[in-house]
Design a protein around this ligand. Structure first.
Ligand code: NIG
Ligand code: FE
Length: 437
């Protein structure tokens, strides 16, 4: 583990302890400006010269310091001095595939020589090559191989992440991936939400037996995952090189029958009607959406489905078709942004770079990009009302940034101004290397 990763994972509780009187909040964060990201009409939900109080892992008070009532803030067990920085909700990376073995750096080179992602996939590479590596890895090996990627996200202010399976494509490996994702969440200060993505690619041993694989997904994997509570949702990849809309619908029917919410990799490489399909099932999200149509955007809005934009995949694949951001805005579809951290199409370990790309490549505003990793990412994981916005009653999952304005979170390229994260009220400071480095 990198030294900086170790530091962010160390609980910095020993610092700033003072005033251990009874009855006050567990934690008081002072000398900060707050981007609450609450939908108040005010940009970023800003509170300048703010104060945040936390008790029992929950935010108990947020507001301008000079308006703080004595009983809400006095006698704090611990005070964190924000040194004039900005406090935001902890970032939520709502779409990743960060548990896998091996890399696909060789395919990166092949693409640079002119082969497309689809050509590599059809030649047996792509997702299938990561499946081959992941199937042979033990749980311990998978955990060791994946931990640094989750640490990288944590160091950049992420306090909640979604991790998908999808590189096993057999019962044992899919379940192993989901268990590894749970273990990672127990070892690091990041909460993990898990998604079964068994319908990610057709495994080679089912080459001419598509229906038999879907039987396995629908009749064995989904029931087991539901019974053992190994996943919080079910996803599918709706694309020419993966599964048809009818096949994804079958997976969704099985998920719904077992009480699991659904999401969809939709309209990424070609127009497949994915947005409409996701909306028809009231999916929590439709992700990618480069080829989504006007009608698809309208359907997402009507269904209350969030659009998850993944600029890392667009960038890595050298794509030219941007998702229809204007139509999504016009129809009022909530827009989330995520890294899509995966070995093939998006080896992107920085949520801030994902936000920068969402602005530069897709035309989001920095405020939309930050909302996409906070307020609008929470409902994708079914966590609206719990995380994503700073207000009393919400979980104290926070990020403290060494910036002069929250737009800087999308503005710097390759910087990391995250000074500390707070997860459930526990403070994890980044150590001496603070500042934009
Ligand atoms: O979100 N689109 C499908 N799944 C991933 C890519 C996975 C891979 O290439 O390994 C994505 O881009
Ligand atoms: Fe993905």
């Amino acid at each position: 583990m990198a030294e900086s990763a170790k530091r962010v994972c160390q609980n910095g509780r020993q610092e700033n302890d003072l005033n251990r009187e009874q009855g006050g909040p567990d934690l008081l964060i002072r000398n900060i400006h707050v981007a609450t990201m609450a939908d108040t009409g005010e940009a970023y939900g800003v509170v300048r010269d703010g104060l945040v109080a936390v008790t029992g892992g929950t935010i108990t008070w947020v507001g301008a310091a000079h308006t703080a009532p004595r009983e809400a803030t006095s006698g704090a067990s611990r005070t964190l001095d924000g040194a004039g920085g900005w406090l935001t909700p902890g970032l939520i990376d709502c779409h990743t595939h960060l548990v896998f073995a091996g890399t696909r750096a060789g395919e990166f080179e092949m693409r640079l020589r002119g082969m497309t992602y689809e050509e590599i996939a059809r030649a047996g590479g792509g997702i299938r090559s990561t499946v081959a590596a992941t199937r042979t890895a033990t749980a311990e090996e998978l955990c060791d191989a994946s931990a640094w990627r989750l640490e990288a996200l944590a160091i950049h202010g992420v306090t909640m992440v979604e991790i998908k399976s999808g590189y096993g494509l057999d019962v044992d490996t899919e379940l192993r991936m989901l268990r590894v994702a749970r273990t990672l969440g127990e070892r690091l200060p990041v909460r993990v939400s898990r998604t079964l993505l068994a319908a990610h690619a057709l495994p080679p041993e089912y080459e001419d037996r598509r229906d038999a694989y879907l039987d396995l997904v629908c009749e064995t994997m989904i029931p087991r995952v539901a019974a053992e509570r190994l996943a919080d949702a079910v996803d599918a990849f709706c694309e020419d090189i993966a599964f048809t809309p009818a096949e994804c619908a079958r997976v969704f029917d099985a998920a719904t029958a077992h009480g699991l919410p659904v999401r969809l990799h939709a309209d990424q490489l070609s127009p497949s009607g994915g947005a409409e399909l996701a909306a028809g099932y009231r999916a929590r999200s439709a992700d990618h959406l480069e080829y989504a149509t006007e009608a698809g955007c309208r359907a997402l809005a009507a269904a209350g489905t969030t659009a998850v934009l993944l600029p890392g995949a667009y960038y890595t694949l050298g794509a030219s078709r941007r998702p229809p951001v204007d139509a999504l805005r016009r129809h009022g579809v909530p827009i989330a942004v995520a890294t899509d951290l995966n070995p093939g199409s998006s080896p992107l370990t920085s949520p801030l770079l994902a936000m920068n790309m969402a602005c530069v490549l897709f035309g989001l505003t920095p405020e939309e990009a930050l909302a996409g990793m906070t307020r609008h990412a929470a409902p994708v994981l079914g966590l609206q009302g719990e995380v994503g916005v700073l207000s009393p009653g919400m979980r104290a999952d926070l990020a403290l940034w060494d910036v002069d304005h929250p737009a800087e979170l999308s503005y710097w390229i390759g910087a990391n101004p995250c000074r500390a994260v707070v997860r459930g009220g526990e403070v994890y400071e980044r150590g001496p290397l603070t500042g934009k480095q």
